[in-house]
Design a protein. Structure first.
Lengths: 804, 344
């Protein structure tokens, strides 16, 4: 909201610099910035256009003759709204507009001696169409800077929080400033006489209108408003239209009371305030046809809808230049009803904005009378009759503010005397009682002040929250255990960072397209009112986001990527925290040095086993040593280089290489390795319990047994190297496990060589330690153990034999 | 030359030769030549039998002394030569120590997460614990129970993404307050870091961003307590000298409410482009828990009071690292991310 300081001064005898006013408003809860109105333009003058003719050579240009009363100017303009007799502002030769210095310029054969200015060039509005036409009552030859107060007048740019509808007007803001500075507000009350000749017919057929006052005014002349009204509107950021419309806007800005003027001759029969009928339509003042629903409140006559209550008028009854008689409406409509209709129609107006935030029902006649006074004066109208329907007059509610509540909430005391003083400055009648104060809440604060706490806030903010001295609460000692999840994630984050992965943060909403490419079902949760279609699906895995990040980086020739993210994925009934990793290109960027031959290379690239190593290493830091891998069936992974990871039979994630076909479609390298681990379950329903959910590392981590110390071996072990030949299909991991389990005397088993003999056979060589707890094993004993082991392995593994 | 002289000159001869030796092989052959079974010393001593016992004893002692002298010298020389040989061997395999390292380089931290963790740790160290909630949230928890009724203009303060399942993407971390108070009894001291969503996208707004919510509920928590806690927090993040300003404001779920400004971290309060000339930066919102919120979660507002605060992580991270466009934080262009190595 833009409010000229000069307008405030009509309600307050105040001489405080605007900056100080703004600062105090900020300190007491109304965000305020001071700006100057427009920009000063030296070498400018008000001129009257005396003739307008077409440029002989250029279609789009007009040649205007203008005078400032002393001399004549010839000005070429492209603006279409100039006309003979118009008063406009001329920037003369030498004037500076932004970075342009005005010089005499020839357009074809015609010389232009200046430039007519729009509101944009005057620094008044961001964008303006056409030249700024001044009202007729301005004299040519005037200095526009002085006339408009360019670069001088202080304008408050104010942001009102949704609870403070009472401050959405010059009058309301003056009340607030008055309270802040302890200055009593003044008000010039309107003097009107309303005849009882023609009482408007008004029927209130809904409970959603709390008050409706209609006044018939006849004999008006619709014409432009005088300069001072126009200027106030412009300074408040509005465009003048005609005197009747301008006066309703003027009162809305000044009083916060929306008004609407109907052309009385366009109304058939009486006015009804009612719910819309199903299928009813109206063309509103913005030219749009609007379909109405029964929950919308409308103003209608006998045959048609005239206006949508509290939001906007209709074309069919609008005031135009031929209007002579009007019905001036002042009403208060239900805030929720107005808001619902306004939201549904996506139509927010100055009027609906104020009704949503509450309009002072008690000030209605005062505001409307001020409008009538102006219309009588400026449009020659005469008030013929009024009707005020106000079925349930406002009864102030009483609220008690206890001294002890103030102290209990704010931490510092405000005496009841002080509280009374503050509240009365806010024009809230207040009495002192034994343990505090009792206030009668006036209508203008009825939306906002409902409870004791609301008054605590009022006295607190005006007393000054900023100056209150800090205290330090005792914070209840809670078990550190409660941040376990957080610490678990930190641990995970540190591990992957330390392992060389760069941390990324990606959007959790993704594109449907990538799911189609990867050949996986599009997840169920979608954003209905998305900003971008490509950001409308709530992802159910991290891979899609990591692949997108890779693609983004490939655009900048960054081929070596190792990234991880800890973030959410979304399912129908729950959410998960996962960590996802993606690695491609070189694993290590530096040089590899081989001592023997003094050769250097940089060829340490990612492969399945390297990423698996990272994942296993992470899992081991969490105390998981027994990790099972089973082939993965994920459609976007290479089926021969991918695995699902299991701990204690629970699927905790996967690891794999991108499927080459998908890599081709995505135009990414084929050596992309991806892994995801399910860290945690996030409750959505309060009745759910995370602990029961399986397959999450955090739960497994919390429940894992602690290591139990075992005595160190007392007797030396015997080491044997054994080489097996097995079928290609035999999984090494299983073979190693079987060796380990073949005898109680098997200790450490270390794989030291694997190679493929041919397509169907491979060689697996291991080094095995044998030991007993109570003695040194003899060679014969070891031989016998090995022999038994080989026999048992032969049963379990296809084509296993000893290599010699 | 008598035997004594012979032995002494043999000794001298050997010492001279050993001193000049430059290889272990040569040293070994000298050892054999002089001290071996058929070596020069043994050869001379073979004539010992012809001497009288007194002379024999004297010569024997001399020979032993010379032998020991040579042996010591050889040992000493041997150590020297081995040292030299090793030095040469090492030198042969000298490397350029300035070659790039060949180990995994630690990854970069993301400035958002880094800031989020830093702030969380400050509150954890003060005794708060971490609470959480889902990002797909019920309208009830995100709005209604936070005293933001369905048809209230306060809903316009946060542009919401609605989902096809009837829920929404939480617009703030405040629903975690509700979830916490529904499941725990006061005293409560929690923070809730997390992702939140608003339908907004420009250089300073991202449709997904991060917040930290804080909540303290106990029998006698006051607004000045809130000021105390936030002062400690802001001074930990922005330094002891940071200016702090509380401006009364409005949030439906707190009353009284305030916005907190800090003195501009760029110009120090002089006024600059970052603070739009005001010298102040809006950094967080806070207030005393509204009694309506307490009632919604069945906590008696006559018995308990509480404070809550919420702050945007991106804004703080952007101020801290002078990042001028929020979108950079979510693009994950490694040329950007790699600038944040070495932060926590």
């Amino acid at each position: 909201m833009r409010v000229p300081y000069s307008w405030i001064k009509e309600f307050l005898d105040i001489d405080i610099p605007a900056e100080d006013v703004a600062q105090r408003l900020n300190e007491t809860g109304i965000e305020t910035v001071v700006e100057k109105f427009g920009k000063k333009v030296e070498n400018s003058v008000v001129v009257k256009i005396t003739s307008v003719k077409k440029h002989p050579e250029r279609d789009k240009l007009l040649i205007c003759e203008a005078t400032d009363g002393k001399r004549k100017y010839q000005v070429v303009t492209a603006a279409k709204n100039v006309f003979e007799g118009a008063k406009v502002i001329l920037a003369k030769v030498g004037a500076r507009i932004k970075d342009l210095v005005i010089k005499p310029v020839k357009f074809g054969s015609v010389l232009s001696e200046g430039m007519f200015l729009s509101l944009e060039e005057l620094g008044i509005s961001e964008k303006a169409e056409g030249i700024f036409i001044l009202p007729d009552d301005v004299k040519e030859g005037e200095d526009p800077n002085r006339l408009l107060g360019l670069g001088e007048e202080d304008i408050f740019e104010i942001e009102i929080t949704p609870n403070r509808g009472d401050a959405l007007s010059v009058r309301g803001l003056s009340r607030e400033i008055g309270a802040v500075f302890g200055i009593k507000r003044k008000e010039k009350l309107p003097v009107v006489s309303i005849a009882q000749e023609e009482i408007p017919q008004i029927e209130l057929l809904t409970e959603k209108a709390y008050r409706y006052r209609g006044v018939i005014i006849k004999g008006v002349t619709v014409k432009p408003s005088p300069f001072d009204i126009q200027l106030k509107l412009i300074k408040s950021g509005q465009n003048p239209i005609n005197n009747i419309v301008d006066i309703t806007n003027y009162i809305l800005l000044q009083e916060g009371q929306p008004l609407h003027a109907f052309d009385l001759k366009k109304i058939e029969g009486g006015i009804k305030i009612r719910n819309a009928k199903k299928g009813e339509k109206i063309i509103t003042l913005d030219g749009e046809e609007r379909s109405l629903r029964p929950e919308d409140i409308v103003i209608s006559d006998n045959s048609k809808v005239l206006a949508i209550a509290g939001i906007i008028g209709g074309e069919n009854s609008k005031v135009d230049e031929n209007t002579t008689d009007i019905l001036l409406e002042a009403a208060v409509f239900d805030n929720i009803s107005v808001r619902k209709t306004s939201k549904r129609l996506a139509l927010s107006t100055e009027s609906s904005y104020r009704f949503e935030r509450g309009v002072d029902i008690e000030n209605l006649p005062n505001a409307q009378d001020k409008a009538i006074e102006l219309i009588t004066k400026l449009a020659d109208g005469e008030a013929f009759g009024e009707k005020d329907i106000y079925p349930d007059p406002y009864e102030p509610r009483e609220i008690k503010l206890r001294e002890k509540t103030t102290k209990r909430v704010l931490g510092f005391s405000i005496s009841k005397e002080k509280a009374k003083q503050i509240l009365e400055r806010l024009e809230i009648p207040t009495q002192i009682v034994e343990d505090g104060t009792v206030s009668k809440i006036p209508a203008f604060r009825s939306m906002d002040l409902e409870r004791e706490i609301d008054l605590v806030e009022e006295v607190g903010r005006l007393e000054g929250l900023n100056k209150a001295k800090e205290t330090f609460p005792k914070i209840p000692v809670e078990s550190f255990r409660k941040s376990e999840e957080f610490q678990f994630e930190l641990r995970t984050r540190d591990f992957f960072k330390d392992s060389g992965f760069d941390e990324v943060v990606t959007y959790t909403f993704v594109d449907e397209e990538i799911y189609n490419i990867l050949g996986i079902p599009v997840p169920p949760i979608r954003i209905k009112n998305y900003l971008l279609k490509t950001q409308s699906i709530m992802r159910d895995n991290l891979a899609v986001s990591l692949i997108k990040t890779l693609i983004h980086n490939l655009r900048f020739q960054n081929r070596d990527i190792k990234i991880f993210e800890i973030s959410s994925v979304f399912f129908e009934e729950h959410e998960e925290i996962r960590t996802g990793m993606l690695a491609t290109g070189k694993a290590v960027k530096g040089f590899n040095y081989t001592k023997g031959n003094r050769s250097f290379s940089t060829q340490i690239s990612w492969d399945f086993l390297k990423l698996k190593g990272v994942i296993e290493s992470y899992l081991k830091t969490l105390g998981f040593f027994d990790i099972q891998l089973r082939p993965s069936e994920k459609s976007y992974l290479n089926p021969y280089e991918s695995a699902e990871l299991f701990i204690e039979g629970q699927n905790v994630g996967y690891i794999g290489r991108i499927h080459p076909k998908k890599a081709d479609i995505l135009e990414i390298p084929k050596d992309v390795y991806i892994s995801e681990l399910k860290l945690r379950y996030v409750l959505r329903k309060l009745s759910d319990t995370a602990v029961e959910k399986e397959g999450y590392l955090f739960n497994l981590f919390k429940n894992r047994p602690l290591p139990v110390f075992k005595e160190l071996p007392k007797f030396p072990s015997v080491k044997r190297d054994i080489a097996f030949e097995v079928d290609e299909s035999v999984q090494v991991d299983k073979l190693l496990k079987a060796i380990k389990e073949s005898s109680e005397h098997v200790g450490r088993v270390e794989l030291f060589d694997v190679y493929y003999i041919d397509e169907n056979r491979k060689s697996v060589a291991v080094s095995v330690d044998f030991r007993a707890e109570d003695r040194s094993l003899s060679d014969e004993e070891v031989n016998s153990i090995v022999k038994d082991m080989i026999e048992s392995l032969k049963d379990k593994f296809k084509g296993l034999k000893l290599r010699t | 030359m008598n035997l004594k002289d012979q032995i002494e000159s043999l000794g001298k001869e050997a010492v001279e030769l050993i001193k000049k030796v430059e290889s272990l092989d040569k040293l070994n052959s000298l050892r054999v030549e002089y001290l071996g079974k058929k070596g020069k010393l043994k050869t001379i001593l073979k004539t010992l039998g012809k001497l009288s016992p007194e002379e024999r004893k004297e010569i024997g002692q001399l020979a032993n002394r010379i032998k020991e002298q040579i042996e010591d010298l050889i040992k000493e020389k041997e150590v020297q030569l081995k040292e030299k040989a090793l030095e040469e061997e090492l030198k042969k395999h000298k490397i350029d120590i300035t070659l790039p390292s060949a180990w995994i380089e630690a990854g970069s931290s993301h400035p958002i997460i880094s800031t989020l963790v830093e702030i969380s740790q400050i509150f954890i160290s003060m005794g708060f614990s971490v609470a959480e909630g889902p990002e797909v949230e019920k309208e009830e928890y995100n709005f209604d129970m936070l005293n933001i009724p369905k048809d209230h203009p306060a809903r316009d303060m946060q542009d919401t993404f609605f989902l096809n399942n009837g829920d929404l993407l939480r617009t703030h971390t405040s629903p975690v307050q509700i979830r916490t108070m529904l499941t725990r009894k006061p005293p409560i001291a929690v923070i809730a870091p997390g992702r939140v969503y608003r339908k907004d996208a420009d250089p300073t707004h991202s449709p997904m961003f991060h917040q930290i919510e804080g909540l303290l509920v106990d029998t006698d928590v006051t607004f000045t307590d809130l000021k105390g806690i936030l002062k400690i927090f802001l001074e930990s993040v922005f330094g002891k000298n940071v200016g702090i300003r509380f401006r009364p404001s409005y949030f439906p779920f707190t009353e009284p409410s305030a916005e907190v400004d800090i003195s501009c971290t760029v110009c120090g309060g002089e006024g600059c482009r970052v603070c739009k000339g005001t010298g102040w930066l809006e950094i967080l919102g806070c207030g005393m828990v509204d009694p309506n919120v307490f009632e919604a979660v069945s906590i008696d507002p006559e018995k308990y009071t509480g404070f809550a605060f919420g702050l945007g992580i991106e804004r703080i991270a952007m101020l801290k690292y002078r990042i001028n466009d929020i979108r950079l934080l979510f693009e994950n262009d490694m040329r950007f991310n790699h600038q944040f190595k070495g932060i926590r």
